[in-house]
Ligand binder design. Structure first.
Ligand code: DER
Length: 233
């Protein structure tokens, strides 16, 4: 469909512009748009990818790297890398992002911070002026299970009406992250100060990581509805 086509175009442009011989260590995000990043790399052939090392951000991302015969690296071997490419659930006009729709934002943020350059690839549905405008599912928050009820109570005091434990679809009970934790989705309406909200949520006892990526993004490639790609810095 149109959405998949524009995701593909955005991903291809990001790869063509940033995965060059000037980089070697590449963080691979999670979700569906990132699959087109790998698709573009594979079009170049084995030789072209031989000197790259790919660092995963989730079980899914690791499978994408291994299954496609790309060289797998580890963030412990490479705590400082050249570039990380990832998707997002929503991006505001200052390139701050909501991430975690796929429940992978903790490792994604570790690998995004490890990179000299952090690039987001997304379709037009994620392109907003202010966070919370289009993405209504809430800010994903990874929490330890022991504290999840406490965190829900504290999120309500911060102004979230209905913080919700993310339930699994193909398994009874809640989603369990790659780190063995739970996810709470907390919608706060329009987020005019994402940095302030990030800090408030992060300080709640039991919170492991928050799906707000603030002042981290270097470039965003949006696939537009008309098939064009916008590069925002
Ligand atoms: O979970 C994440 O942060 C992912 O990047 C995800 O939200 C983006 O997913 P998509 O590329 O399938 O929209």
């Amino acid at each position: 469909g149109v959405i998949e086509e524009v995701k593909r175009k955005a991903a291809y442009q990001a790869v063509d512009h940033h995965i060059t011989n000037s980089v070697r260590l590449i963080g691979i995000g999670s979700g569906s748009t990132i699959e087109y990043v790998v698709e573009r790399l594979l079009q170049r052939g084995k030789e072209a990818n031989a000197n790259f090392v790919f660092i995963p951000t989730s079980f899914q991302s690791r499978h994408l790297i291994v299954h496609n015969g790309l060289t797998l690296g580890d963030v412990d071997q490479y705590p400082e890398i050249d570039v990380t490419i990832d998707g997002a659930d929503e991006v505001d006009e200052n390139l701050n992002a909501i991430k975690g729709g796929g429940g992978c934002h903790l490792r994604e943020k570790v690998v995004a911070e490890a990179a000299k350059k952090f690039i987001i690839v997304a379709d037009y549905r994620k392109n907003s002026k202010t966070l919370g405008e289009k993405w209504k599912q809430g800010i994903p928050i990874e929490v330890i299970s022991f504290a999840h009820t406490r965190v829900i109570a504290e999120l309500k005091k911060l102004g979230c009406e209905n913080p919700t434990l993310r339930m699994a679809k193909a398994k009874a009970g809640p989603v369990i992250t790659d780190n063995g934790n739970l996810v709470i989705d907390a919608y706060f309406g329009l987020v005019n100060s994402p940095g302030e909200l990030l800090r408030k949520i992060k300080l709640l006892t039991g919170v492991v990581e928050v799906g707000l990526f603030v002042d981290m993004t270097d470039v965003v490639y949006f696939g537009n509805a008309d098939g064009s790609v916008s590069e925002k810095k």
